[in-house]
Write a protein that binds this ligand. Sequence first.
Ligand SMILES: *Cc1c(COP(=O)(O)O)cnc(C)c1O
Length: 234
Amino acid sequence: MNMNLAENINTVRMRIKQAAQRAGRDPRDIKLLAVTKTRSPHMIDAALRNGIQFIAENRVQDAEEKLPLLTEKYREFHFIGHLQSNKIKKLLALAPTLIHSLDKLSTARKLSDHLEQLNRHQDVLIQVNTSGETSKFGVEPQKALDLINDIDRLPNLTVMGLMTIGILSADRKMIRSCFQLLRGMFRELQDQGLSHGKMQWLSMGMTSDFEIAIEEGANIIRIGSAIFGPINYD
Ligand SMILES: *Cc1c(COP(=O)(O)O)cnc(C)c1O
């Protein structure tokens, strides 16, 4: 198992490098997040021993159960799932480096209020629904600019970029256009400037599409299955 994991991680790093080279980019500018959802603390520890530094979960409760059980150190924990307002306190107790998935002003307000009580401050990304799939979370692209400016004005949050999940499709062109849409918004916001935050992180690309995402400018990719193997739902 550990051999496999080491090999998987090496393969992912090699593919990142190749995609970056194709795009004329420095692979060191791309942060690899290991998505640890459904994986045991034992498996996560093995990944951390094999060079993974950044880990991500999409459910607060799972993160809350597993993070204290890890024996290896991680550098950053990122939250990438839908954030329910009743989970905010628990999430903040886990000290996420970045929350990727804000898509509603009401949740953002509650988050900022909780942070104020703790005298803390939090970097966040805004999740955009670039695929039009109704099953996906994320703000609609036409509404994103207003939402971003509103969230940017909240005192204890700093908007640091954008996140999306590419369309679930075998059509690579459709996937690419999701990422192009997000990159266009990212650049527009970089030019426009925010009053508070700044556009630093473009979080896009998973196991099936991270190379396209890198070609389109992603600087955070979120990889689960390519590192840990297919998810086993028994
Ligand atoms: C599960 C998940 C990933 C990783 O998916 P893989 O296809 O296993 O790489 C990335 N981002 C989010 C938001 C996820 O929920």
